[in-house]
Design a protein around this ligand. Sequence first.
Ligand SMILES: [Fe+2]
Length: 405
Amino acid sequence: MNAPTPPPSFRHARPQQLAEALQAARNYTLALFDGYAAQGLDVPARVPQLAIVNPPLWELGHIAWFAEWFILREAMSTHPTAAQRPSLLSKGDDWFDSRLVAHRSRWTLDLPPAGALKTYCREVLDRVLDKLSREAATDAALYPYRLALAHEDMHGEALLYTMQTLGVAAPLQFSRADLAPAAGGARFDVGYPGGTLVLGGGQDSGFTFDNERLAHPIYVAPFRMDAGLVTNAQYAEFVDDGGYQNAQYWSAAGSHWLMGQERSSPRYWHRDASGGQWRTVRYGRPATLAGAEPVRHVTLYEAQAYCAWAGRRLPLEAEWEYAATSGLAGMAWGSLWEWTASPFEPYPGFAADRYGEYSAPWFMSHQVLRGASRATPSRFVSARFRNFYMPERDDIFVGFRTCAL
Ligand SMILES: [Fe+2]
């Protein structure tokens, strides 16, 4: 059987492909939103006020607002006066500009009800698709469409991991993150000869994020890296060996974080009633913890502590990109985002893009993750993409692989 042809990357998608992808992304957003609504969580006041969560109603409006801002209103930056024309919503900017609307206040805005916001979403998408049908198929003309698609895809993944965070049943057909990832099992690592790698995007045509520029050559020393992600069974050995009780495995920041937790195993792990087998929770429901699946929902600190215990280390982001683009067989990725050893820093020659708050505010405080998760649409998957989160995030679909010291 031939493998199905993967859809084109959003980075190179042409107008017709972009139109289909924008519609597919919106269908996904709405299906997840309806999953929240079925639990009464379409009303912001009923959504737990957590720093890692947005009220789904706010997120729905924000997604459409973002597309309207950059495509229909033709803003060339995020400056409040950058839009060429007003929003279709009387208070669109007051409600949905993530730069202006403080996170805490997203629970108490006087937002329109879900039905009215869905009408706004439909109106924006209709106009976007109409405008797109008249665009030239150039990277410059398609830039805001590709940006808006990437933005909606990122929020789509967030809407799914927030279901895990809040214990909301995910619509089954969309809980892609629950598809069994490739089995790991016994560790085997792959040797890479090293050499010069051109790190970053922009080496050919298509969309690049500002943090992927400028592409620049760097030297990667020879290294050995796991072919797959660390599994639950491997991580359980660390837990059972007292890994969370032994300070020698934890960095200073990791120890500090751990002291603020009541944790002796990853978030969502618990022993079954007999105290024997590890069990977990998926979207609010009890589930078995399959030993051969990658460990997920771990912080950077936990990944680092495991490495210290195992006599291994996390890969640098350059090593990860080298391996993923090397063409050498053996590296499996794409089931979970992967923590790297690299803090999120600008590449030489960095300049913020028209979405000015995408990268620049987060340099140094965040850590780079590479890869993709099962919740990432395949059109978005890229070996050069730099994801970034705070080290203590464990609500996202994240795991890790290790390198030999
Ligand atoms: Fe956003």
